[in-house]
Design a protein around this ligand. Sequence first.
Ligand SMILES: [Zn+2]
Length: 290
Amino acid sequence: MTLPAGLPVVDHHCHLSPSGEGVAAARRFRAAGGTHLFLATQTYGPSPPRSLAEYAHQFETTEALARQVRTEVGVVVYPVIAPYPVDLVRQTAELGPDAALGLHLGALDLAGRWVRERRAVALGEVGRAHFPVSEEVRGAIEAAFRHALEVARESDCPVVVHSDDLGPSGIQELGARGQEARLPPGRVIKHYARARFAPSDRGSVTPSYLARRELVREVRHDPAPWFLETDFLDDPARRGAVLDLATVPRRAAAIASAAPAEVELLYGPFVDSVERVYGFRPSVEPGGGG
Ligand SMILES: [Zn+2]
């Protein structure tokens, strides 16, 4: 059995780069059956932005890639933008702690404005460093995360959280942060989740699972919301280090051919979860993306 024509096939987190494969990778996603991509911004140059204008330029690069993929490939692309928490490591060293944090908060405000103008659908990646940092930088990263949650509430959007792997207590703690900031349940998304969150443990946090074969098999019956992602990096020098962009549609097709009765389950991550967390429902128009 092939995938039903009306089923959106959604990768919830990837990156594309003007100096990587870019549109060619999106074509591979499309050819495998993919229809919708959540495209997260990233540092495109050799080092993180040093000014608000450079952040604006970074977000515009993401937006331009999104537009190019939409027009040239017919895949729907939702931009996700924010200053990356780890940017603060280098910015603190180069600009000093106050200017670095000021820049970061300003970039979060800019990202929030883009969401309110519907140029982006979420703030991401925000959160924590995934490696040890100095006390000073950790404090700045915490302040930035607090601000990100406030901006998300004001902008009525989710946050896509970058962090270390989280166990049940880490998930609880993250969910509590979202509640303190008065974000609606589900709006804190732990991206790059590499192990299943038991539905009883996940509280108000939405997992975005790395689409490894075993993990997809483990989580496919779980109640929405949850997502599948590749975190594709579009870095030809690191090919094989991450999942390929065609992975999510391939996993969906594998389910369709091995267990046709389970295809219905895919509406969970691809449609119902997007609607519950983002407030809009992806759809496939006859004859193209929608
Ligand atoms: Zn990422």
